[in-house]
Write a protein that binds this ligand. Structure first.
Ligand code: MN
Length: 255
């Protein structure tokens, strides 16, 4: 009898511990009619104490809205280029693969998450989407549109290694999270923020001036965008980049 009670007690404790994990929605990639998410995002959320849930691609706004009601924070992931028509530009020659289906899904999730006060972390394409959703523009291709002096942002070394330096404003959320004005990040992009969306602040740049982070803290919930890839380094064992995910989990618990 005592043994049964003990087992019951343990089961209840396990259930409570699991219930305390906030649910973190993760946006997916879509190609050839399949959705996918890199495991590095999943691993990072679990390492930081969250319960990852992948939100399937859909053009049904009501369905996406219901998903947002069921999560405590949202991560918008990296991926294809954005269609430049979305921000009033014609495509340049070096534009990569675009996916209008995913553009619609991403921008709907971003706009609705912010309306609903869901804490939001945008990574790479995720940050670019936040900028477009609120009226900003992108460099469609850094090498052909940014100017003469730029570093290599589209790196191919394994993601657990950082590839270029960023500076971080002292008066920023990213500084509060990472506690440093300079660090090395993983970089896999050829597009980047050009005109910043109104209401946002640039808080980090690469040595060539490319925007590496943006934020907005005066809305219903915090919005943080990073151009680099903290999930790759976190999955590879980095504990500094893990702090970005731990911060999101804390915000999710407050919600
Ligand atoms: Mn970069």
């Amino acid at each position: 009898m005592k043994k049964t009670l003990l087992i019951l007690l343990i089961l209840v404790q396990v259930a409570v511990a699991q219930a305390q994990r906030p649910t973190i929605g993760i946006s997916c990639s879509w190609s050839a009619s399949k959705i996918s998410v890199l495991n590095t995002y999943i691993t990072s959320v679990i390492k930081a104490g969250g319960l990852p849930v992948v939100i399937p691609l859909s053009d049904n706004e009501e369905l996406l809205s219901e998903y947002l009601d069921g999560i405590d924070a949202l991560i918008m992931t990296g991926g294809e280029d954005y269609n430049p028509l979305l921000f009033g530009e014609e495509p340049v020659q070096a534009l990569g693969e675009v996916s209008p289906d995913r553009d619609f899904y991403d921008l709907t999730l971003i706009k609705k998450a912010i309306e609903k006060g869901v804490p939001l972390l945008g990574i790479c394409r995720g940050m670019q989407g936040i900028n477009i959703a609120f009226g900003g523009t992108l460099y469609q291709d850094i090498p052909s549109t940014y100017g003469n002096k730029y570093i290599k942002h589209e790196q191919s070394l394994p993601g657990k290694w950082g590839s270029h330096t960023i500076s971080i404003d002292k008066n920023s959320l990213l500084y509060e999270i990472l506690g440093t004005e300079k660090t090395i990040v993983g970089s896999r992009h050829h597009q980047s923020v050009n005109k910043l969306a109104p209401g946002f602040t640039v808080t980090s740049r690469a040595t060539d001036g490319i925007v590496e982070a943006m934020e907005k803290r005066d809305g219903k919930a915090v919005i943080l965008g990073v151009q680099f890839h903290p999930e790759d380094m976190t999955a590879g064992g980095d504990t500094q980049m893990l702090k970005i995910f731990e911060y999101l989990i804390k915000q999710a618990q407050k919600k």
